[in-house]
Structure formats: C-alpha cells, structure tokens
Design a protein around this ligand. Sequence first.
Ligand SMILES: [Zn+2]
Ligand SMILES: [Zn+2]
Ligand SMILES: [Zn+2]
Length: 146
Amino acid sequence: MESNTTMITFTSRVSRITIENATMKRNTQQRTRVTAALTDSREFISAQDLHAMLGAGAPSLATVYRTLQGLSEEGAVDSVNRNGESLYRLCGTAHHHHLVCIDCAATVELDGDEIEQWAVRNASEHGFTMTTHIAEIYGRCATCST
Ligand SMILES: [Zn+2]
Ligand SMILES: [Zn+2]
Ligand SMILES: [Zn+2]
C-alpha cells in the first residue's frame, strides 16, 4: 500500500517535470524566434507587426505579446509607447534613451551624462536611492514636421 502511494507520487512528479520542461522548451523557442525577428526589424516594431513578420507557423499574437513583454521586463529589449501602442526594439546593452517620432517609425538613441546626473541628483535630493529611470522624448522627426 505504502509503496503504491510512493509510486503514484513519483509518477505524477515525473509527468509534471516533463510538462514543465516541454513548456520551457517551447518558451525558449518562441523567445528565439521573437528575438530573431526583432534583430531583422532593426526599428521599433509593434507586437502585431512582429507577429505578421514571423509568417507561417508563428506563435499566436498573444504569445508574441507575452514574450515581448517578458523580454522588455528583463531589459533584454527596449520598449517605447507611441500613441498608446507599445513598440519594441533590440537595442544595444548600454543604457540609453530615445527620441521617438509620433508619426513614423523614426527613433534616435540618446545617451549623455546630463540626464544620468539629473536622475541621480533628483532622486537623492528627495532621499531616494535610484534603481532605474525611464525617459523618452516624443515629437515629430525632421521629415514628419515639414
Ligand atoms: Zn534603445
Ligand atoms: Zn517621423
Ligand atoms: Zn538614463
């Protein structure tokens, strides 16, 4: 009786691990595909456009959304919001900010000491220890403003 119970417990644990491994493997494949598509796109792209880019056999749009969100939360991809829509891009690993055109896909990467010092100074002036900051500049690019 006792060995039977152990057996059942063991079996269910094994099958659970198998399911977890399969899910993990699928997640890794999805992340690889999404990351590859982001590398190809080069510009900021919406989940919908990225999903279209993946073409036949693509993971569902919901999966693409979730994968992009996860990558963004980990800081593996950059995300900006344009007119209420999240756009994603695989940028360099160095910390930076963006200029984002609200009319087209144009973006410019910005880095500079001023904003970094401004962020740290403002945080510490209010007794905060800064962990992170987000700052994007929105507007119309030279082409779109004419
Ligand atoms: Zn960037
Ligand atoms: Zn523009
Ligand atoms: Zn910064």
